[in-house]
Design a protein around this ligand. Structure first.
Ligand code: MSP
Length: 511
């Protein structure tokens, strides 16, 4: 079994989770579940990023210790995961000993090699973004962009990591590994960024300015820069678990690709003699009315409100169906409702109900054995064959939204097949040929619904498990085998009804 190690970014604990955070977990979960269905042995990590100035400041404002504050918010992020149906194997906190030990070992190793040196830092520091800014970050009028908050000039002795001496190596590495960053056009942006000389990275903060961090092993008067600390989580979580590292994919947002994940992290690993991950997948942002959704912008939606109202599967479906991985997508309750009503309640939910209803009415709730196919059955099967091939390929390429589009076209064709066969007419007929056709129709419908359910499993684990159960289908084997049209349900007893995605909604929620 191939090992497939996948991670999300670890979330800052200075605010509650919003749709953007939920999306990243769901996207990663869909990939993890997909790989498990392909037969890989998956290890899925997520967690929280807890050190740094912002957390220290917020905790102070609230009159609690940074640890207590981090404990509370981290617990909130963690509690969100089962509510979203996330199948993570591990949850790491950067305040855990297992993490701190590895960060300190890594720092010591790089220090001993001479890749970390002491120098003097002089520059403009933003507390909000916890980074030193450069002249090129200034706006044309000389001021600093709003997102950096207050910016002050400081001079202080600090420790530096020799990024610059690895710049040539990184360019060479990226040129040889064209698929390191997904989507590809972002890899080009990284190479563009690397055309300018890199500055060495300041990886320390004097303790008098920042206490809330991991002390440097070779100078306890300093703590580790929060990004240097945070990135190591991917490695520290599995450092004592043989066979998992290197990661297959780090799933992150496009805002943290450059420079942390595409420059610092590969160089840190390479300098320390640790194998590199297969790649970094940078997704886009959820926007509200054209602006990045974020706690500080005050335009954040709480994903759990939608889960309470519509269920985790509906939210997962919306996030994956609506977003083209890598690009930005608009979020609004209206858009959500359109998808919910048309795809879930109308197309899928309706189909499941019709199949159950007719199997109960015309075949005493037992899926009949099919007779020979006629044109309509052959057409539906051949549509399934192309849908399946495209779907598998699109999933492999992280094109989930297009995959779902195809799959729902198949679902609509199953509904179309029902109209064509009109089982309610066949059921009334006295002709034996019509009875045979009715049996074939019901068998074809049950099988087509089973296939749609198997295909949707990584995206909607809850709803598809319900569909499987009412069809009397027990999932087994790998995905490719389960996705073969095989009349697996002949003789199976089906349930009487299933309410998957209840309606009406817009009306029920009107104030
Ligand atoms: N702590 C760092 C990541 C360290 S990884 C070693 C961080 N945290 S964050 O809480 O600000 O963001 C966590 C993830 O959520 C990031 O990948 C970020 O891109 C993602 N999102 C935050 N807002 C988002 C949207 N509005 N839309 C989609 N994802 C976005 O950065």
């Amino acid at each position: 079994m191939a090992e497939f190690y996948i991670t999300t970014a670890i979330d800052y604990v200075n605010g509650s989770p919003h749709i953007g955070h939920a999306y990243e977990k769901v996207l990663t979960d869909v990939i993890a579940r997909h790989r498990r269905l392909l037969g890989d042995s998956v290890y899925f990590l997520t967690g929280t990023d807890e050190h740094g100035q912002k957390v220290q400041q917020t905790a102070r404002r609230k009159g609690v210790s940074p640890q207590q504050f981090a404990d509370e918010v981290s617990a909130e992020f963690r509690a969100m995961l089962p509510r979203l149906g996330i199948s993570n194997d591990d949850f790491i906190r950067t305040t855990e000993d297992r993490h701190k030990v590895v960060v300190r070992e890594l720092l010591q190793r790089l220090f001993d090699k001479g890749d970390i040196y002491k120098g003097e830092y002089r520059g403009f520091y933003s507390t909000r973004s916890e980074q030193f800014l450069q002249e090129k970050d200034r706006l044309p009028d000389g001021s600093w962009p709003e997102i950096h908050g207050e910016v002050t000039e400081i001079i202080e002795p600090n420790y530096f990591f020799r990024l610059r001496s690895y710049q040539g190596w990184l360019v060479d590495f990226l040129s040889k590994n064209e698929d390191f960053v997904f989507p590809r056009y972002r890899q080009k942006q990284v190479l563009e960024f690397l055309k300018d000389p890199l500055n060495d990275l300041c990886i320390s903060r004097p303790r008098e300015r920042l206490e809330w961090g991991i002390p440097l092993p070779f100078d306890e008067g300093y703590v580790t820069y929060v990004w240097f600390d945070a990135l190591v989580n991917y490695y520290s979580a599995v450092a004592d678990k043989p066979g998992i590292w290197p990661a297959a994919w780090h799933v992150i947002g496009k805002d943290i690709l450059l420079p942390p994940h595409a420059v610092y992290w590969p160089i840190m690993l390479h300098a320390a003699g640790i194998a590199l991950p297969k790649g970094v997948l940078a997704h886009g942002w959820w926007l509200t009315k054209g602006e990045k959704m974020s706690k500080s912008a005050g335009n954040a939606f709480n994903p759990l409100d939608l889960v309470d109202e519509f269920g985790a599967d509906a939210l997962r479906y919306f996030l994956i169906r609506e977003m083209n991985v890598g690009q930005d997508g608009d979020f609004s309750r209206e858009l959500f409702l359109v998808r919910y009503n048309s795809d879930l309640a109308n197309d899928l939910g309706n189909l499941a109900n019709r199949v159950l209803n007719m199997t109960n009415r015309f075949a005493a709730a037992s899926v009949p054995a099919p007779g020979a196919d006629s044109e309509a059955e052959a057409e539906l099967k051949s549509l399934w064959e192309t849908t399946r091939a495209d779907y598998l390929q699109l999933f492999e390429q992280f094109q989930f939204h297009t995959g779902l589009e195809r799959l729902f076209a198949f679902v609509r064709s199953i509904n179309g097949y029902i109209e064509k066969r009109a089982p309610w007419k066949l059921g009334k007929s006295a002709e034996p040929a019509d009875h045979a056709l009715l049996a074939t129709t019901l068998a074809t419908l049950a099988e087509a619904l089973r296939l749609a359910s198997v295909a949707l499993r990584p995206v909607m684990p809850g709803a598809t498990a319900k569909i499987d159960a009412v069809l009397g289908y027990v999932p087994s084997g790998t995905w490719s085998d389960e996705l073969a049209w095989g009349q697996r349900l002949s003789g199976s007893k089906v349930a009487t009804a299933l309410v998957l995605f209840p309606r009406p909604l817009a009306a029920a929620k009107a104030p």
